[in-house]
Design a binder for this molecule. Sequence first.
Ligand SMILES: [Ca+2]
Ligand SMILES: [Ca+2]
Ligand SMILES: [Ca+2]
Length: 676
Amino acid sequence: MKKHFLTFVLLNLMNAVIQDLPAQKATSNNTTNATDNNYYRDLYSDTWVGTDALGRSMPGITITGPVKKDHSRVVGIFYITWHTDNNAALKSPYSGDVTKVLAADTNARLDAKNDQWKERSYHWGEPEMGYFLSKDEYVIRKDMSMLADAGVDVLIMDVTNAVRYWSEWDTIFTVMQKMKAEGNKVPQFCFWAFNGPVMTVVQDLYDRIYKNDKYKDLWFYWDDKPLLLYNGMPHVDANGKGVQNLNPHFDSAALTDKNNPHYNNPDFTNIFYTDYTRDIKNTFTLRTMWWGYHEWAGKRFVGTEDNWSFGYDMGNAKVKSTSPDSLVSLHNGRKEEAAVTPAQHPSSLVGKSWSRAFGEPALNSHDMPGETYVPWLKKTVAHPEGYGIYFQERWNEALKADPSFLYLNDWNEWTAGKYQPKEGTFDFMRRKNSYFFVDQYNAEFNRCIQPMKDGYTDNYYMQMAENIRSYKGVRPVPELKGLSQIKIDGSFADWNTVKLEYRDTRGDVIHRNHKGYGGTYYNDSSGRNDIITSKVAVDNKAVYFYAESDKPLTPSSGNNWMLLLIDADQNPDTGWYGYDFLINKNITDNKTSTVMRYDTNGKDWVKVAQVNYRYKANQLELAIPRALLQLKGDAISFDYHWCDNPADLKDVISLSTSGDSAPNRRFNYRCIWKKD
Ligand SMILES: [Ca+2]
Ligand SMILES: [Ca+2]
Ligand SMILES: [Ca+2]
């Protein structure tokens, strides 16, 4: 019953998507053969420290162990590109947000025709970067930078419903190549096709991209060939049977003319494909990827040879009772792929707060979970949807199984399709209802890892980054040794003796200027000084800080200019979001700045000292007395963070999502210094 239900829904979803999209054509012939894997400037992001909003700290080497090298460990994530330009033309002001609809009028919950429901397709909530479109370069750059920082290796590009997003892909891959040319690490990509005329779709991908070596430097290889996730039984998909796969290379002469180079070759003589072509079979490493059903198309599916899952059907008793190790797909009998998702579907009532032991908790009038026990925290909390209960359970199982590929679903889907048949009611969220949602619905029922606006912000991103470290292991935090002789004089040659660099992304100050859904328009011109390198030096009296920007620094009179935040006691519970000192918030003149300490009682920054600073061209230096920071002795360690032109210091999100942060977002550099 459920399978039919899902099939019906997927069919509708596919039709809706196809109908909504204009015909798209390839717009670029950008080709490169560069395959050098050492193209990037290593940011050492696996050595950054940080604590998320729930108090979880990024695990270091003492917890994860060193980088694991006994077998490959690759992380892929489902990357959606259906936020196409035509969505800009939806009704303005944009009102397609389920969370906001239900907040605006509680009557909308049980009434499919309530005035608040103005669209057919919705966002389940608002992304941190707003209702963005897939071709927004600002968003693409943030995505790639965040994913690379977290250790994600490959984007799994969505072609699951046969729609080819040529224009979006051209924009995204071109931006990724630009970032690489700037020295930044970015993930690679592969495609995942499944529903519809999948043999034709896959041939199209081959003909337009792989055959032409297009974006070759970004191809993800698996078993020495580019990986292609596909449908190994192409005559069966979520829509049933009977899809015809038109052969674009059909050549009637190949049927009759013995001199035709393709004579008698079924890749050219069939009007409709009956199998994938030799080019597909020879070019790619092929794996079927589909939902982790116990059985699919009449055969055992989850946990079998060369059948990857994009999530596990935990609502099914057989899948739930299968040992987690046996859910992992195999290749030549070895554990190859495990799926890790923040939740499943609203239609199966397996949300973010579902656990094996307790199932899905009771839901309130807005279908949000009530107080729920969080196993990893060993506590009961009021808003469990932000705590990653389901996500961590899947992570723990996948980490234990330790396959060579971890698939995460998803980064940025956001879309919640509302289905409203003309008559009848449906069981939806344990109530009879005149509409339903299938893939995403609200903050409890969605699978997005990309940060949301307000709510639980970046909890899922941080949880992902924390667990990827456990999966892969990390490098030790580089250590600084010896006493330095630095003068704060505006002459920077003395810093050449300090070799240890703390690095940040180059090019992450680009301004945003792009349309979004339903007439929204996004501007962000806060990017100003692009911080790329920081250094620290220590002598008996002071800690010296150095920062370097990509281009000459703007005048220090500017708003929130080159702020330095220090967590001197490495305690996230003391200070402002852990930061005990703030430097440069008040700059006296071109040579004098101030150090402020966070007053926990008054909940404000208080000036405690004046310090010397100098800046010239793209370099900046300052010194802070060690006594002031309470960093004494022959070995010290503290965490620090530079940022330039944050919108405000309201919270750690506002601090780190505008201007530039070094390191990115809420991460910090850890300085470990020893005299000898
Ligand atoms: Ca930067
Ligand atoms: Ca602190
Ligand atoms: Ca940055």
